[in-house]
Design a protein around this ligand. Sequence first.
Ligand SMILES: Cc1ncc(COP(=O)(O)O)c(C=O)c1O
Length: 373
Amino acid sequence: MTEFSSRVEQMSISGIREVFEAAGEDAINLGLGQPDFPTPVHAREAATEAIDAGEADGYTSNKGTRELREAIAAKHERDNNLAVDPANVIATAGGSEALHIVMEAHVESGDEVVFPDPGFVSYDALTRLAGGTARPVPLREDLTLDPATVEEAITDQTAAFVVNSPANPTGAVQSVEDMRAFARIADEHDVVCVSDEVYEHMIFEGEHRSPAEFAETDNVVLVNACSKTYSMTGWRLGWVTASHERTERMLRVHQYVQACASAPAQYAAEAALSGPQDPVEEMAAAFERRRDLLVDAFAEMGLDCPTPEGAFYAMPRVPEGWVDEVIDRGVVVVPGEAFGDEGEGYARISYATDIETLEEALDIMREATAAVQ
Ligand SMILES: Cc1ncc(COP(=O)(O)O)c(C=O)c1O
C-alpha cells in the first residue's frame, strides 16, 4: 500500500471537532467559530444577481475580479489607512486558504514559524504541512502576545511569526505599541510577520491597528476575510495582501490549489465590503453585550477570565474536570489544550449565540463549577 506523507501523518483532526462529536444532539453549542447572524442582504443579493445574469459561471482572474480587489484596497484605505495596490491582493477561499498560501510561499523545509500558544489551530497545522517546524510561544497573563517573547524565539531558522488580533481563542487585542514592535521585529530580523486580522471589526476596547501600518520593509503579510466581519463563513471568501514580490509567489500556489475564489462569493464580498457597514456595527454591539454577561458570570462563579476585548470568545481559567462536567451537562465548550499545550487549564467559550441561550448555558456552568470545587 502507498504510505501516507510524513507531513500529513504529523497532523490530526482538530480537537474542536472531537468535542462536537462527543456532545449530544440537543447540546448548547458554545464551541462554534462563526457569528449567529445572517449575511447582509445586499451581499446575498449581489451574488444572486450575478448568478442570474450568468456572470458567475466561469473562472475569474486567478487573483479575483478587479472590482473585488479594488473594494478590498478601498477597505484598507478606509479602515486601516493603508495604501494597497489591487494588483497585490489575492482573493482566497477564506482566511484559511490565505494562511495556507502564505506558509507555502515562505516556509522552507526545516524553517521555523513562531505563533501564539494558545492560538488558532491552523498556524501549527499549516506550518507542518509546509514542511516547517512549529515554534509555539506562551502568552502574557492577560493572554496577549508579548513582542519580547516573539523576539526571543527568533533564530536563524525563523521564516515567519504570526500575530492574530483580536485573537482566537482568547479574544485578546494587541496594543498599538505591540503592533509597532511586531513591525520592528519583522524589519530588524528580516522575517515575515503574518498578521491575521479576520476579527478586525469585532472589537470592544481600544482600536484595531495593523503591523502593516508601521513596517518599513515589505515583511508584513496581511490576511483578512469576509467570514467573521460579515457573517459569511459559508461563502469562503478571504484575501491576502503583500508586496508585489510576495504576492507573485503566493499566486503561484493559489493558481494550482484553487485557481480562483468562488465567483458568486466574490460578488457577495465586493458588495459586503463596499456597501453599508451598519450590520457589522450591530453585530459587534451584540457581541459586546454578551461578552459583558459572560465576564460578570465568570467573576461570580470565581473563575478567573481575562476580559476579552474583541472577537467572540472568552477564555476563563477553569478547574480540573470542569470542561467534562460542562459537556456532560449538555453545553459544548472547547478545552484550552485544543489550541496548544499552554491552553491547558483554560476553556474556550464562543458567545456567538443569543443571550437567552447563553444564560441557560451559564446556569449549567454554575452547576458544573459547583460540582468540581
Ligand atoms: C484567527 C482565525 N484566522 C483565520 C480563520 C479562518 O477563517 P475562514 O477560513 O473561515 O475565513 C479563523 C476561523 O476560525 C480564525 O479564527
